[in-house]
Design a protein. Structure first.
Length: 394
C-alpha cells in the first residue's frame, strides 16, 4: 500500500481500473460466479483489502454496490427471486458499513424493473423511497406499471389494479412532503441505467398534473433534467414552471440559463425583458442583459443595459469588469486592455483577478486555443460578477 498522502483523483483512478478488471472477470465467468457467490464475494473483499491505496469507506462500499449491479446486469438468473435475495444478503457482508444495504437493494430493483418484475422491485425500493427522489419515483412507477400492465409475479392480484393506481399517486404525493434529495442513493454506476429514465419522467410529469400547486416536482425535474442533459424534459419542465409560477425568480433564472447555454439568445432576451418588467429595481436581470450583450451583434443591447445598470446602482468595480468584457468579446483588444488597467488602478485589492485576466486574455496567443481562452475569460468574469452581485447559483 502506498504510504503518505494520496490524492482523491489517484484513488478514484485506481478504483476505476480495479472495477474494469473485475467486471471483465464477471463477464467471462458469470456462470461459475453464480454457483459460488460466497467465494466470489470473498475474493472481492480480498481485492479491496489488498489495494495499493487506502480506500475511503464510502468509496469502498460503493465499489461493492457496483459489483452487485454488474452481476444483476449480466446474470441470466436475475428473474430468480432467491438468487437476487442471496446477493442482496451476501454483498453487504463485505462492506465496512454492513448495515448500508440501500445501494445493493436499489441495484437489484433497477434490474428487476428492466425485466418487468415490478412487485419484487417495489419491495427492494420501499425502505428507501423517502431518502432519494429517484428511488421514490421508481417506487411509485412500480405500482403504476402493476396497474397499467399487470404482472405474472406471485402475489399480484388482478382484482386490486385500481389500488395499485392509488398507491402510485400516493407515493408521488408523499415525495412532495418528504422532499428528498435526488443523489443520496442513486449515484455512481446506478445512474448508468438509462432504461430508468422513462419511469422517472412518466411519474414526475404525472405528479406535475396531479398536484399543480406543488413546486417541488418542478424543482427536482429541472435539476435532474440539467444533470442528465435531457433537453426535452428540461424545456417542458421550465415551460410548465413559468406558466404556473410566473413570479418565481428561480424559474426565470433556470429558463434564462437554459436558453443562453443552448445559444438561443432571442429566447434569453425575451426572458430578460419579462424579468425586467416584473423586477424593475433588481440588479439580476440587468446583469443577465449585460452578459448576453457580449454575444449580440452591435452595441444597442449593451448600451440599453449599461444604462439600466447605473439606474439600479450596480457597483462600479463590477461595471468596469463588464466594460472590459464587452470590449474583449467584441474583439477590441486595445480598449479592453485600457479598461482592465483602469480597473487595476481603481481597485488594487482585486489585483490578483486583474493580473489573471490580463494573462489569460492577452498573453495566451496560441491560435488553436482561442475558443478555450475566450471561454476561460467569460467563466472568470461571470463568476466574479455574479458573486459580487450576490446572484444565486442556477
Amino acid at each position: 500500500m502506498e504510504r503518505g498522502f494520496v490524492p482523491d483523483a489517484v484513488i478514484e483512478e485506481k478504483l476505476e481500473h480495479m472495477q474494469a478488471e473485475l467486471f471483465l472477470y464477471i463477464d467471462r465467468n458469470i456462470e461459475v460466479i453464480e454457483q459460488n457467490l460466497p467465494v466470489f464475494f470473498g475474493q472481492v473483499a480480498s481485492i479491496l483489502e489488498k489495494a495499493t491505496v487506502k480506500i475511503p469507506d464510502a468509496a469502498h462500499d460503493e465499489f461493492i454496490d457496483g459489483v452487485a449491479f454488474h452481476i444483476f446486469g449480466v446474470s441470466r438468473r436475475i428473474s430468480d427471486q432467491k438468487f437476487v435475495a442471496r446477493i442482496a444478503d451476501l454483498a453487504p457482508g463485505i462492506k465496512r458499513n454492513r448495515e448500508k444495504k440501500s445501494g445493493i437493494h436499489v441495484a437489484a430493483a433497477i434490474h428487476l424493473i428492466r425485466i418487468g418484475k415490478f412487485l419484487e422491485a417495489s419491495h427492494y425500493l420501499k425502505p428507501y423511497k423517502k431518502h432519494d427522489a429517484r428511488v421514490g419515483t421508481w417506487y411509485a412507477y412500480c405500482h403504476y406499471a402493476l396497474y397499467k400492465d399487470g404482472s405474472q409475479e406471485a402475489g399480484f392480484n388482478p382484482g386490486n389494479r385500481w389500488n395499485y393506481a392509488k398507491l402510485a399517486r400516493q407515493a408521488m404525493e408523499d415525495l412532495s412532503t418528504w422532499k428528498p434529495r435526488h443523489n443520496l442513493i442513486v449515484k455512481g454506476i446506478l445512474t448508468s441505467a438509462k432504461w430508468m429514465e422513462k419511469p422517472f419522467w412518466v411519474m414526475l410529469f404525472s405528479a406535475v398534473e396531479w398536484f399543480p400547486e406543488e413546486q417541488w416536482y418542478l424543482n427536482i425535474g429541472i435539476k435532474i433534467g440539467k444533470e442528465d442533459a435531457n433537453g426535452v424534459a428540461l424545456a417542458k419542465m421550465l415551460q410548465i414552471a413559468l406558466g404556473r409560477f410566473p413570479g418565481d425568480m428561480v424559474f426565470f433564472r433556470e429558463s434564462y440559463f437554459s436558453n443562453f447555454d443552448q445559444g438561443e439568445l432571442d429566447g434569453a432576451i425575451a426572458l430578460i425583458r419579462d424579468m425586467r418588467q416584473r423586477y424593475p429595481r433588481e440588479v439580476e436581470p440587468v446583469y443577465y442583459g449585460l452578459r448576453t450583450s457580449f454575444f449580440m451583434p452591435g452595441t444597442t443591447f449593451f448600451t440599453e443595459f449599461r444604462t439600466a445598470a447605473e439606474e439600479v446602482s450596480m457597483p462600479s468595480h463590477v461595471l468596469q469588469i463588464v466594460d472590459f468584457s464587452f470590449e474583449y468579446f467584441k474583439g477590441q483588444q486595445a480598449p479592453a486592455s485600457v479598461c482592465l488597467e483602469h480597473f487595476l488602478e481603481s481597485y488594487p485589492g482585486f489585483d490578483y483577478f486583474a493580473h489573471l485576466l490580463d494573462f489569460v486574455a492577452f498573453r495566451c496567443e496560441a491560435p488553436d486555443q482561442k475558443k478555450a481562452v475566450r471561454l476561460a475569460v467569460f467563466t472568470a468574469v461571470d463568476n466574479y460578477c455574479r458573486r459580487m452581485l450576490q446572484i444565486k447559483e442556477n
